[in-house]
Design a binder for this molecule. Structure first.
Ligand code: BTN
Length: 253
């Protein structure tokens, strides 16, 4: 693993793509910056990236062909960040009352507040030589957030959750967890991702509302990378939605 440290960049994902364009990128390369001037989030949102407070990291992943089934990488990246956060909390002796979780597809939450977000991007995916940039934003040292951000949604940081660590240490732990979770995508690995994701996202049945092409509510029957999301409606009919079409999974209480 090579770590390339930048000061202020537009977006670490852009730096990773620039390295790929220059032809000198390797699997596992990590680009990390002290701040981003144009940090990108999912769905065209911005990612607030003040200097030294958060981890802004983009990893270049080149798994062997054929490409892993969509969206295995998205799910693996979410689990990797969760692994890293749990590992850090355990190392500091935090008890089981600290229970971070995932929200579809891979937001890392503490309670209902967002701790980390992930943006997986490809440009002209070549099935013979798959290549992805996995961008991870983890709130590490923030004690407060700009009002416009916290008005939009609940946000938190490791520091606010009682986890005192550094951005550099978080970079190491997250990079290692990401490489471990994406080392291979055989059938056993996919089954482990399905199992760990269902637990991490607390999707163990119950009534859910699915937002995909339309909106569907029903009992959650199953969620898997290969099989998609299966929901049973009130008439007992089962509906399968491929995961790449699922925009939101909302528990109905
Ligand atoms: C989200 O919307 O939840 C995804 C946020 C991803 C932010 C990270 S920060 C490092 C990398 N560079 C970017 O421009 N975005 C990702």
């Amino acid at each position: 693993m090579r770590i390339f440290r930048h000061d202020v960049v537009d977006s670490t994902n852009e730096r990773a793509f620039a390295a790929l364009d220059a032809g000198d990128a390797r699997h596992g390369d990590v680009h990390v910056a002290r701040a981003q001037s144009a940090g990108r989030g999912r769905l065209g949102r911005a990612w607030h990236s003040p200097p030294g407070e958060g981890l802004y990291l983009s990893a270049i992943l080149m798994p062997p062909a054929p490409p892993p089934p969509s969206p295995a990488l998205t799910i693996a990246a979410g689990l990797a960040v969760l692994d890293a956060v749990r590992h850090t909390a355990r190392a500091l002796g935090l008890g089981s009352d600290f229970a971070p979780r995932l929200k579809w597809p891979n937001d890392v939450l503490v309670g209902d507040a967002k701790l980390a977000g992930i943006l997986v991007e490809t440009r002209g995916l070549d099935a013979e030589r798959p290549c992805y940039v996995v961008g991870i934003g983890l709130n590490v040292a923030q004690r407060s957030f700009p009002e416009d951000l916290s008005n939009e949604r609940a946000v938190t940081s490791l520091a606010l959750a009682g986890i005192e660590t550094t951005v550099d240490r978080s970079c190491e732990v997250v990079s290692e967890a990401l490489l471990a979770r994406t080392a291979s995508f055989g059938e056993d690995d996919l089954a482990a991702l399905d199992r760990d994701y269902a637990r991490a996202a607390q999707l163990d049945g119950g009534t859910v509302r699915i937002e995909a092409k339309g909106v569907l509510a029903g009992e959650l029957v199953g969620l898997s990378i290969r099989g998609g999301l299966i929901v049973r409606d009130s008439k007992g009919n089962e509906h399968r939605t491929p995961l790449e079409l699922v925009r939101a999974i909302v528990p109905v209480v």
